[in-house]
Write a protein that binds this ligand. Structure first.
Ligand code: ADP
Length: 191
């Protein structure tokens, strides 16, 4: 089982890549954001608990996220691996993922990072609000808060990834097709 992380700030294009990559490589696409939005839509207990956090653009607790991840991992035998999208987002989540993979005798095989400048991120999210109707994309203050949350809590992970030698930063300000080809050649070169 392979384990790939697609990394980057909100609006970088992680989800778009994750959908096509998971199809091509038979990976289980694990988007913690999609899972949380589904819980909110269904009005579950968890959904009710996390709704205000997503509306404000702040993070859900590491405990809740790890429970989600463990549950998905335990029910994905038919896949060749996992593609994490929007996870890990804190150092604690990264360390918890390391421990969990160790228990399964697995490791993070690559971290693919989409690097996009801030004004492009904001433009993309506001445009996505019109197409997909995500509440947290429609409000400029929430969009900015999410970028700030990323800078403070998620960006520090890069230093750890770099030390491990499997961190691949890409210019995410090109096209979906171009990034897809680049990521495929990284994954193919590792196999
Ligand atoms: P984006 O990357 O565009 O911000 P996501 O769909 O990944 O969108 O996340 C949306 C929201 O869901 C986040 O702002 C946060 O509140 C919550 N969330 C998603 N993934 C995590 C995570 N790994 N840890 C904590 N909160 C998360």
């Amino acid at each position: 089982m392979k384990n790939y992380i697609i990394f980057g700030p909100p609006g970088a294009g992680k989800g778009s890549q994750a959908v096509i990559l998971s199809k091509k490589y038979n990976l289980k696409h694990i988007s913690t954001g999609d899972i949380l939005r589904e819980e909110i839509k269904n009005g579950s207990k968890l959904g009710l608990k996390v709704k205000t956090l997503l509306d404000e653009g702040v993070l859900v607790s590491d405990e809740v996220i790890m429970e989600i991840i463990e549950n998905v991992i335990d029910h994905s035998d038919q896949y060749s691996g996992f593609l994490y999208d929007g996870f890990p987002r804190t150092l604690n989540q990264l360390f918890a993922l390391d421990k969990m993979l160790e228990r399964h005798r697995l490791k993070i095989d690559a971290v693919i990072s989409l690097v996009v400048k801030e004004d492009t991120l904001i433009k993309r999210m506001l445009r996505r609000a019109e197409i997909e109707g995500r509440a947290d994309d429609a409000n400029i203050d929430v969009v900015k808060k999410r970028i700030e949350t990323y800078r403070h809590q998620t960006e520090p992970l890069i230093e750890y990834f770099e030390k491990r030698g499997n961190y691949f930063p890409l210019d995410g300000d090109t096209t979906i097709e171009h990034n897809f080809r680049e990521i495929c050649s990284i994954i193919d070169s590792l196999n």
